[in-house]
Design a protein around this ligand. Structure first.
Ligand SMILES: C[S@@+](CC[C@H](N)C(=O)[O-])C[C@H]1O[C@@H](n2cnc3c(N)ncnc32)[C@H](O)[C@@H]1O
Length: 269
């Protein structure tokens, strides 16, 4: 049975981590592929945005605590979905820390290095990894129609736009069963933190520990049994009260007060 105790080691050892030699070799191969692509790396669980990369650059120790949140969260899961694959660093962390895990990744695929990195992971973790290329909004719609696509873990680390993050959260809240685990990244971005706050206050998600610090910037959550039926974000705004109404711009856009941007509500199916 999963509950908050499941995550306790994250609080105890945020600065210590264990890498297998195999995972470090995989990370080195990914970094080599990024370097050969000639494109600057997008920030991820091992490296900062635009950091110079080569096959010998080690995972940045300043992201250890963040990696430990992900490791602890995925520890007892079987079928994981990751939105935002990038060069596959977080994918390696998950696949390496839980040998039973099957991982499905989604990425819009605009980075030159993305496909090469996905091939490396598929080769090194045979039968455990697959990737769908395209915007999460459309891929998740396809997955939602596929009854076989069941996940007990979801990592949201893709687009940061209000519309896309809201659509990703919509999938999470609709599709994840009771006691499934989610990790949300970049939760200090105001609209992501607002969505997170709302989802926990409304009783759809339960925070699994106190992991969010300046180093982690992510949070592990447990899906509760409360069915998700909200179809308009205006209900969200009303249910959360003053804190959310202070996030004026995006709430206005998503609740239809700005008609140009609104088409049916972000939480509609
Ligand atoms: C921050 S990176 C993910 C980092 C990765 N999780 C890691 O730590 O190794 C964000 C990724 O989201 C992808 N992305 C951006 N917009 C997207 C969208 N609309 N749908 C799916 N993926 C998207 C980008 O291509 C990028 O690879």
């Amino acid at each position: 049975m999963r509950d908050a105790r499941h995550f306790s080691r994250v609080k105890k050892v945020p600065q210590v981590e264990q890498w297998s030699a195999f995972a470090l070799e995989t990370i080195a191969a990914l970094n080599q592929a990024v370097a050969e692509s000639g494109e600057a790396i997008e920030g991820n669980y091992c490296h900062f945005d635009g950091q110079p990369i080569s096959g010998t650059v080690a995972p940045d120790p300043r992201r250890t605590a963040k990696r430990n949140v992900l490791r602890a969260a995925v520890a007892h899961c079987r079928e994981a979905l990751e939105i935002g694959f990038n060069a596959g660093h977080s994918a390696v962390i998950m696949l390496d820390s839980n040998r039973e895990l099957q991982l499905t990744a989604v990425d819009i695929g605009t980075h030159r290095y993305g496909r090469t990195c996905a091939d490396i992971i598929a080769r090194r973790y045979p039968g455990r990894f697959r990737v769908h290329w395209g915007p999460s909004k459309s891929i998740l719609r396809q997955l939602a129609n596929n009854k076989k696509a069941e996940f007990d873990f979801i990592h949201i680390d893709g687009s940061h736009t209000v519309e896309d993050v809201t659509a990703d959260m919509n999938f999470l809240l609709r599709r994840m069963k009771k006691a499934s685990i989610a990790v949300l990244d970049d939760i200090r971005i105001p609209h992501i933190s607002t969505l997170l706050r709302w989802s926990t206050r409304a009783g759809y998600l339960e925070e699994a520990g106190e992991q969010c610090t300046e180093e982690t910037d992510n949070a592990a959550l447990i899906r509760t049994c409360r069915p998700f039926r909200i179809t308009r974000l205006i209900d969200v705004a009303l249910s959360i009260g003053p804190p959310i109404s202070r996030c004026k711009r995006w709430v206005r856009r998503l609740t239809g007060l700005n008609k140009r941007c609104h088409s049916g509500g972000p939480f509609s199916a």
